[in-house]
Write a protein that binds this ligand. Structure first.
Ligand SMILES: Nc1ncnc2c1ncn2[C@@H]1O[C@H](COP(=O)(O)OP(=O)(O)OP(=O)(O)O)[C@@H](O)[C@H]1O
Ligand SMILES: [Mg+2]
Length: 233
């Protein structure tokens, strides 16, 4: 479903990804591992069409994803509904006046009846146990609260592929366990999970595959999560 062919990415002269190739099938659960600055976030942004690649090709479900494809706002909207992204830094993701609006925002881009939108938002508030903050201003929330709102907003669109960048940052232990269970359940229901994390131990049992990126921005391991051993970390 997802195919990256020889992707190289330079961001303001800095090499961030060096000749990355990989294929991801529907329903996989993958940990993206690697030291700070190796290129995990860049890889996830490429998958979400948020970065212009310097060379290589990205194919999503048979469609080449490039700047020409993403220029078409209708195509872009449908693409972003199919693949959802939870940012490493929630402040880059939250911009509405209330938590409720934040979670409803994506849904309101589509022709969905308001009643249905309301129901889905309430379901997501419940799923992340954040009903009590639904009228708060996202900007004023704590780090962990923001992260939960960002996850809820992404889940509201019911994406086929869920991409998460360090989702456990700032999350308390009890909520971490809940989040792990939630991701596990979503994966059981067939959603593809791609997650950059330094807390891979924590997700024990969730990931089937590990992809490790080196500080040289190349893939140095791609295989069973259970057989993966830290290389340079
Ligand atoms: N906007 C930018 N301009 C220039 N260089 C950048 C930019 N964003 C990232 N980089 C560089 O690209 C490389 C990869 O960064 P990236 O954010 O993908 O790493 P990461 O693996 O996610 O690290 P972390 O574990 O700290 O989140 C780093 O060397 C970084 O300095
Ligand atoms: Mg990162």
């Amino acid at each position: 479903m997802i195919e990256l062919k020889n992707i190289t990415c330079r961001l303001n002269q800095n090499l961030a990804l060096d000749n990355i190739s990989l294929t991801i099938m529907p329903g996989e659960s993958i940990a993206i591992i690697g030291p700070n600055g190796s290129g995990k976030t860049t890889l996830l942004k490429v998958l979400n069409g948020l970065i212009n690649i310097s060379s290589g090709e990205y194919i999503f479900d048979g469609q080449k994803i490039d700047s020409k494809f993403l220029e078409d706002s209708r195509q872009r909207k449908i693409f972003h509904k199919r693949i959802g992204f939870v940012f490493q830094n929630s402040d880059n993701q939250l911009f509405c006046k209330t938590v409720f609006d934040e979670i409803a925002f994506g849904l309101l881009q589509f022709n969905i009846e308001y009643k249905e939108v309301e129901k889905r938002v309430n379901d997501c508030l419940k799923l992340l146990e954040i009903e009590h903050i639904k009228n708060r201003v996202p900007y004023t929330l704590s780090g962990g609260e923001k992260k939960k709102v960002a996850i809820a907003a992404t889940l509201a669109l019911n994406p086929e592929v869920l991409v998460l960048d360090e989702p456990l940052n700032e999350i308390d232990p009890k909520s971490k366990r809940k989040l792990k269970e939630l991701l596990f359940t979503l994966n059981q229901y067939g959603k593809t999970i791609i997650c950059a994390t330094h807390d891979y131990d924590y997700f024990d049992g969730l990931f089937k595959r590990a992809i490790e990126i080196s500080s040289e921005h190349r893939i140095i391991y791609d295989g069973d999560f259970d057989k993966w051993h830290p290389h340079h970390i």
